[in-house]
Design a protein around this ligand. Sequence first.
Ligand SMILES: C[S@@+](CC[C@H](N)C(=O)[O-])C[C@H]1O[C@@H](n2cnc3c(N)ncnc32)[C@H](O)[C@@H]1O
Length: 238
Amino acid sequence: MSVQHSKASLHAFYAEALRNGRSTGEKLCAPVPARFLALLASLPADTPRRALDLGYGAGAYTIALAEAGFTVVAVDQAPAEPLLHRLLARKDLAERVTVVESLIEKYAVQEDFGLLVAKDVLHYLSQQDVERLLTGAVRSSRSVNLHYLEIFTAISRTDAHDGQIHIEGEARYTPDTLGRALERIYDGWDVSVRWDDHTEQDTRSGRSYFEATRATVVASRRFPAPVGTAAMSGRETA
Ligand SMILES: C[S@@+](CC[C@H](N)C(=O)[O-])C[C@H]1O[C@@H](n2cnc3c(N)ncnc32)[C@H](O)[C@@H]1O
């Protein structure tokens, strides 16, 4: 049996978790991993210090970006207050962060962001919206840019009776369909994809309720971009 949850209930779930400072299965309150900080440290010096964090959640990546000296536009459908409140204690960072309360589907990337981050969020959008958004960001790219994406593919969500749960309108990428989309979107960019098996378990029962293959995508545009050469690294399994 399969059950479909509405987009509205998904959005309300995150809004409530963030308002109450509650971590979810994705560990929203956890600090960013060292490998993301290493990526920031390795960016070419001519990367514009302006970043876009899509689906910022509790703001872990937004804050790490601001700490690394970026001005950040942070977009999420959830109310802005929890992140604004968190930034109150960090006035030095607050002046570098603009919080936008919006659906990502309604946000058009029209600036040349040096860095675009979308972690654990794009799988909630339709494939059409993901492609429109990222293609828009590629078209707006004018200089050395890097996109860092973590996207779930081949998702299996189950309830306590082993019924499959889907979210209305979600992308339902497989590794193959995502790989092909990346080739279309990042024509002429350097793209590397790392694939990891990902499981979330109920802390009390130990039951796995979410299983997926996570794609960690690093797409970089050198300037000037080579014409018509999509360089895909192929699959690396962690
Ligand atoms: C799993 S959390 C990821 C948070 C953060 N990127 C991180 O990794 O710590 C997903 C976030 O995406 C947001 N979100 C989900 N669908 C969205 C949409 N269509 N537009 C804007 N935000 C969305 C949720 O409100 C939530 O904050």
